[in-house]
Design a protein around this ligand. Sequence first.
Ligand SMILES: Nc1ncnc2c1ncn2[C@@H]1O[C@H](COP(=O)(O)OP(=O)(O)OP(=O)(O)O)[C@@H](O)[C@H]1O
Ligand SMILES: O=C(O)C1=C[C@@H](O)[C@@H](O)[C@H](O)C1
Ligand SMILES: [Mg+2]
Length: 181
Amino acid sequence: MSTALENNTILSKKIFLIGFMGCGKSKLGKSIASKLDLPFLDLDDLVEAKNQMSIPELFAAFGENGFREREKQTLQEAAIANDAIIATGGGAPCFFDNMEWMNNNGITVFIDTPIKVLADRLINARVERPLIKGKSFDELLTFIEAKLTERRPFYNQAKIMLRGVDLSADDLIEALSKVEG
Ligand SMILES: Nc1ncnc2c1ncn2[C@@H]1O[C@H](COP(=O)(O)OP(=O)(O)OP(=O)(O)O)[C@@H](O)[C@H]1O
Ligand SMILES: O=C(O)C1=C[C@@H](O)[C@@H](O)[C@H](O)C1
Ligand SMILES: [Mg+2]
């Protein structure tokens, strides 16, 4: 059986995946993009490509504020130009009017993954994330708890919220198909 999304019966095909670092935006995003035959865009990769610098280099050269300005600009350029599944950076919805902008321009999906799962994933990750660099497991837990509390009011503005444990691409596609256009 095909879904409303596959049948093109929902208006927006800009789908923004949001949530904390390590919640699964990139992994799940690639999988649903391939199932729905839509392009997959990863905001972190786009910011790096546009600026010809890695995220740690951008933080070092311009500070977090400079990174956030570039992140906002890249988000809007990429999303205006493409119907796509867009995995945003973990902090992107929490700066400027990015969350409101995404809600006005597509469907936002918050992948809500428990703190302990996030910490387990992030402690083993090979990608360098400046905000958590050098933290021990316990420091990481404390950091995630505090940051998530700060960020939840933004993440909670998402149109769809899904628990990020055992979450499959099909679960996400089903949730999208129920959204009214
Ligand atoms: N459902 C899952 N089950 C097991 N491992 C997962 C799952 N989703 C993601 N992971 C693993 O967790 C790590 C982080 O996932 P991913 O890169 O998709 O997160 P992210 O939300 O894009 O993070 P960031 O905001 O830092 O880009 C990766 O190593 C990935 O393989
Ligand atoms: O949660 C965050 O603030 C970040 C998450 C990553 O996706 C990157 O955008 C960067 O490392 C910052
Ligand atoms: Mg990612």
